[in-house]
Design a protein around this ligand. Sequence first.
Ligand code: SF4
Length: 338
Amino acid sequence: MKPLVIPIFISHQGCPHRCIFCDQYTITGHTEAEEQPVTPEEVKKIIEQWLRRPRKVKKQRVQVAFYGGSFTGLPLQRQQELLESVQPYVGKGEVDCLRISTRPDYVDDTIISLLKEYSVGIVELGVQSLHQDVLTASFRGHTARQSEDALRLLKTSGFVVGAQLMCGLPGDNYARLMTTVRKTVELGPDFVRIYPALVIQGSGLEKIYREGKYKPLSLARAVAISCRMKTIFDEHNIRVVRMGLQPSRELAEKVVAGPYHPAFGELVMARNLFQKTKKILHEKRNMPLKQLHIAAADESVFRGPDNISMRQLTALGLLENIEVIFDKDQARHTVLVC
Ligand code: SF4
């Protein structure tokens, strides 16, 4: 069961500079003027508002998440104040754990002890790439080695660790991206998020895009690459919890170029499911198959726009005499033939 995540936005706070692709105000739908640093009192108010909302599931786990900046780059006292403000709810059992996102170069033993002391259970690292040239071209300001060290340190310290990865960054290419994916698998985060780089108005990427020094991925290419990444992570039991930025009107209005789609994750899932199905049907094409089972919840993802996946499988002769069943008892994202 998915936990209830109470988001507290600290857009760009704690960041030493703006990375070339990033604009947290647009991503979170807040303007820079609106975004005054949240106070501990406001944190409490936000938590209480969320806790008062009716919930469908009674025993849902609750997490408070500090998103949108580099939490551990904040002055130590501010980190303590914010973490402290959540503790009464942890004490009462109303919040199960805290989660933060941060940069790899802002993780060390002091930070680890602080996070542990305040019940932080999940840390998401903005890894983006594990190729040094890509990090340099994206003005990340830290090394690939620092990301690897931070991931290892967080894992060995017992945190649930997430890695945010990007495709289509300046200086990146398919081979470099696959190196990043392979290294990430070796480092073994508990989950990953995959974001295709978008050219957002006002970002550094917009500047080099307009100067003709950066070419974003097409939507089709970004979907294909993300699908490959997801397939590899699936094979290694690393959960992919999100693909593509959260869609919003603000984001749609501010994307100058790049593979933006409000249902980017669904497009990737459709491709992923299509490829899985094609592979299974192809491998078993000499067997007398009668039924193909897909989870009922995946029906629209599986069919794709205009039923394209079904039409392609039929055109390939892979659905001959096979009944497709959208099965409500089947696990999502799985394919079964019998
Ligand atoms: S990518 Fe992370 S570190 Fe860079 S500006 Fe955005 S929030 Fe800050």
